[in-house]
Ligand binder design. Sequence first.
Ligand code: C2O
Ligand code: CU
Length: 579
Amino acid sequence: MTTGSLLVVDLVIAVLAAAGWLGGGAAAAVRRRPLALALAAVALLATLARAITITALARAGWWFAAEKVLVAAPLSLAAVAAAGPRLRAVPGDIRSVAPALLFAGYATSGALLVTVLHGYPASVGAGLLAVAGAVTATAVSWRALGVRPSRLLSRVALVVAVGALVTGVGLTVGRDATPAVPHDHGFRDARTSDEPTRRFTLTAGTATVRASGRDVAAWAFNAQVPGPELTATVGDVVEVTLRNRDIGRGVTLHWHGYDVPNSQDGVPGVTQAAVRPGQEFVYRFRADQAGTYWYHTHSVSDVGVRMGLYGVLVVRPGPMAGLDVTVPVHTLSGLPLPAPRVEPVQAGVPVRLRLVNTDSTTHRYALAGTAFRVAAIDGSDLRGPTSLVDTAVLIPAGGRYDLVFDAPATPVALFVDGRAVYSTGPVSVATGDWPVLDPLDYGTAATVPWSRFDRSFTLVLDRGLDLHDLLPRYAHTVNGAADPDIPPQVVRLGDVVRFTIVNRSPIVHPWHLHGHHVLVLSRDGRPAAGSPLWLDSFDVRPGEVWEVAFRADNPGVWANHCHNLAHADAGMTMHLMYS
Ligand code: C2O
Ligand code: CU
């Protein structure tokens, strides 16, 4: 079983246990004896079963089990100790068992809330609050049931509840008082002063565009979605003038995957101010990385990109033979882009399909009718890519794959989630059950260029309750904090930096670091065995642990965030800073 499904199973069992104890307690309170006993038996079994899931999770990593071992296990033991013995010798009046069953229910619910609302890392504060909650709720139930606990027991309960509450609140509030990220508002201009050789103007504005034969309201660059395809050759100096006609929430250009100087990175509030209606900003950078990239607004990026403020950036190493096709996939108002394109190609012509995922979720691409190779991922050429047939690839949000093949005499078609988006003629084939390529096993390995790391950071991705400006929100968190309270990763120029990224949540988080490409070292403890993978976007699936590394060679303040842009907006954004 994968760690992701273990996390789900453990959660389901925990809910079952809590519901069983609470239901059993309630049934006992109204003297429904058989029901009370049955529910309590289910709860007891579920509570004990968690020993298995928690042990299995602990073996997958402390991250997955920390609060379960430290908070849930002791509370579950207390629950079993309080309720278990009473079930063996149930007295004549089942009602007298109710407080014990209810305590077990409150204790297991409290532990569950710690997992769901607080997450990783487990804290003494959260544990104490769970204890205080369970004890207080039990005391209230006692009174409501009219069952009088002994004097001593009530006094002990009062002391425990108040003590746990006060200490727990103190510790929790203390934890949340982390300082905000010190953003660099100097906006130093490090634009290259060389004469531009490629000039573009992108004007952002509201527009009506066609998608799947329908008119759709969009935000567009030069009135088209996607925006114009920007092309350059390695060595060019690219200059892009961004104008904002009427996008009230501001616009910027971020060169996704292009490791530009920090001042050109287009992150509002960090590297520049957002460009307001009527304003403009000029970006200039040297095109020294060949490959497939894309650009998009980084101002209210979730809405902005979804509404259409994006386009493709292709940098070629020089003149290229054959057919070069870009396929930027997007969902605009629920409608898929691009429109299907059919163009016959002569047999023998080399074709390069540049697949770009500009959505916030993973897409599945399947190329039918030909053998092909994955020549590059995220703009970087792979080493020794072998020929593949009837194999699908999964491209994470923000990611790019370049597929190459020589056109066969028979038609070829590219399917995205089962929909043909590009073809050279009619192809009818079901690709849904094709195996999926694992890039960590594809191509020829090379040794990792570093043997030691100057800095190591662990990023544990989760969900939790976050109090920012006293407004509670259910945020996507990193190490228990949400933007802007996540401490930045501070590095020095030249450092070799390692990130361990852990996904404790039940949803995929496509990770994206600006300004750098990271080399994949391992996933779930298994070293990458294929071509070196230099990625800027990679899916960290539920329960996965990725280890990646990079050399800190591009000074500045860089966004480091989930590229499910809704998650990024809901807390999952932080920064890499050079000291
Ligand atoms: Cu493509 Cu910060 O994002
Ligand atoms: Cu995410």
